[in-house]
Each structure stands twice: as C-alpha cells, then as structure tokens.
Write a protein that binds this ligand. Structure first.
Ligand code: C2E
Ligand code: MG
Ligand code: MG
Ligand code: MG
Length: 283
C-alpha cells in the first residue's frame, strides 16, 4: 500500500497548501480594506534616557483590529503586507498618524525635542513617490524632519541598491534620522555602515537579553557601543526588561533604552499622560 499512502499524503499536503494559500489571499483582501475601514491603529512605546529616566521619544508600532479575530500583532500580518505590496499604503498611513500624534505631543508639552520613530519595510522604498510623500506629510502636519526617525533593517541595506541608497541620502539631506532596527541580527557587513547615511543603531533585544549571562554577547554589545562612538552614531538598546539590564547598560555608557522594564507599547492617550507627568515634575 506504500504507493497509495504516498498519494494520500501528497493529496493531504496539497490541500493543506491550498488552504494556506486561500487563507493568505483572504487575509490580503481583508488587509486591503483595513486602512479604509480604520481597523489599523498605532501604539507608542517610549525611548528612555537612562540617566534621567526621561522620555525622549516614542516608537510607533502598528496593530490591526481584525473584525473577526480581533487585535492582531504585526508579526502576523506585516510579512503578508510586504509580500503583497500592501505595506506601502499601510506605511503611508502609519507615518501620517505618527506625525499627527507627535504634533499633539509637542503642542501638549512644548517640548520640540521629542521625536517619533516609524518602521519601514524594504518594499516601501520601491514606491517612486516615497520621499515626496514623506516631505508632503511632514509639511502638512507641521513636523520638523529632525524629529523623525526612519527605522529600517539591515536586510534593506543588504540589497545594495543604488535606488535605496539615494533615497536614504535624500532623507538625511532633509535632516531625517535613520535608525538600524535589530542591529546585529541581519548578517550585515560593517562596511554598509559607512556607505549609508545611518544615524542610530538599535541594539537587538536578543543581545540585551543574553548579555547578562553570556560573556560573548556582552563582548558584542561592548563592540557595538564602541563602534557607534567611533562612528558618531547614536545608540538605543531594545528589549530592556530588568533592573540588571538597566544597570549594565548604564555602566557601558549606553544612553537611551526601550523595553518592558520602562513601558510597553500603549495607546496614544496613555503615552500622552505618561508624558504629561514628566513635565509637571519639573520645578
Ligand atoms: P521592532 O520594530 O523591532 O519593534 C520592537 C518589538 O519588540 C515590538 O513588538 C515591541 O512591542 C517589542 N518589545 C519592546 N520592548 C520589549 C521588551 O522589553 N521585551 C520584549 N520581549 N519585546 C519588546 P511588536 O509591536 O509586536 O512589533 C514586532 C515587529 O513588527 C517590529 O519589530 C517591526 O519589525 C514590525 N512592525 C511593527 N510596526 C510596524 C510598522 O508600522 N511597519 C512595519 N513595516 N513593521 C512594523
Ligand atoms: Mg522598530
Ligand atoms: Mg527592533
Ligand atoms: Mg523587529
């Protein structure tokens, strides 16, 4: 019966594959209308200056309030949105939303040094109107480009695309900041760092998590910090979860951190009240 079993197995695999494809198609169709139906929303996670405990900015993180399955984490839909190119529309929306939120925060606090960080996918850079869109939105929302950090991944730089390089250079010329997200995880060759106009490295959370128990990882974190100092780059440690992480980063002279120890991503109104507290504490 060996042949029959194999045929049945093959058929089963085929059906499983088919339903996966159908699921993906359905999800893509649902996502297409999600922006229009206002099912997407952003949460904000603060960046903290370790020495003072002050919030210096926020990262905007996308969520999808799916009509049937409820709130969805980005890991579940961003890859689909990237594969289908739907991410371009979603990113435009997210960037605009984030700028509007930042504007409200600046108005509320009077602190024009606050910044906001938005995540970009490689596909976003395929949009010929990319830079014009950003500049238009900045103008429209009244945000100064220096208050914007574009978070990109090493994967994008690995593409070695002249087009991407040019766009990033133009973004820098317009004084936007460029941050490498999950730094150290993307097989990057360090030579990319000086070829691209990078301003900030975000140390990946896996390094922060393991530096307290693994001397090798601690060595890596130290190397990233001295690399950044030598190259004049800013550093943000991601995934800071414990007091021990904070103390270690402080000893290593890492200035800015982000993680559950300080705050989880939260809706705008919570971020705003957290911020308000910080300014009323001033003498
Ligand atoms: P990311 O940009 O590296 O964002 C950091 C992720 O780590 C967030 O997950 C955040 O909630 C989580 N995080 C923050 N602090 C801690 C911590 O102390 N411990 C742990 N375990 N996790 C922490 P989230 O919001 O689920 O986002 C996952 C990823 O999805 C993001 O990673 C980013 O790559 C992507 N993403 C999120 N929003 C967008 C977006 O608007 N556009 C694009 N293209 N990608 C996005
Ligand atoms: Mg990010
Ligand atoms: Mg990250
Ligand atoms: Mg990530």
């Amino acid at each position: 019966f060996a042949g029959v079993t194999t045929m049945l197995e093959q058929q089963e695999r085929y059906h499983a594959e088919e339903s996966r494809v159908l699921d993906a198609v359905r999800m893509a169709n649902e996502f297409k209308v999600a922006v229009v139906r206002k099912e997407l929303f952003l949460e904000y996670q603060p960046f903290i200056e370790i020495d003072t405990g002050r919030i210096v900015g926020f990262e905007a993180l996308m969520r999808w309030n799916h009509p049937k399955t409820g709130r969805m984490r980005p890991d579940l839909f961003i890859p689909m949105a990237e594969d289908t190119g739907l991410i371009i529309e979603a990113t435009r929306w997210a960037f605009r939303e984030a700028c509007k939120t930042l504007k409200r925060m600046i108005t509320q606090t009077g602190d024009s040094a606050l910044f906001i960080s938005v995540n970009f996918s490689a596909q976003d850079f395929d949009d010929p109107a990319f830079l014009d869109e950003l500049l238009f939105t900045l103008h429209e929302t009244g945000i100064h480009p220096t208050q914007i950090h574009l978070e990109i991944t090493e994967r994008l730089l690995l593409r070695q695309s002249e087009g991407v390089k040019k766009i990033l250079q133009q973004c820098r010329e317009h004084e936007m900041q460029i941050a490498i997200d999950d730094f150290g995880t993307g097989y990057s060759s360090l030579s990319y760092l000086h070829q691209y106009p990078v301003s900030t490295l975000k140390i990946d959370q896996s390094f922060v998590r393991n530096m307290t128990t693994d001397k090798g990882v601690l060595g890596l974190v130290k190397s990233i910090l001295s690399l950044s100092e030598n190259m004049g780059l800013a550093i943000i440690a991601e995934g800071v979860e414990t007091q021990q992480h904070v103390e270690m980063l402080q000893t290593l002279k890492c200035r800015v951190a982000q993680g559950y120890f300080f705050a989880r991503p939260m809706p705008e109104h919570e971020a705003a009240s957290l911020l308000a507290g910080q300014y009323t504490k001033l003498p």
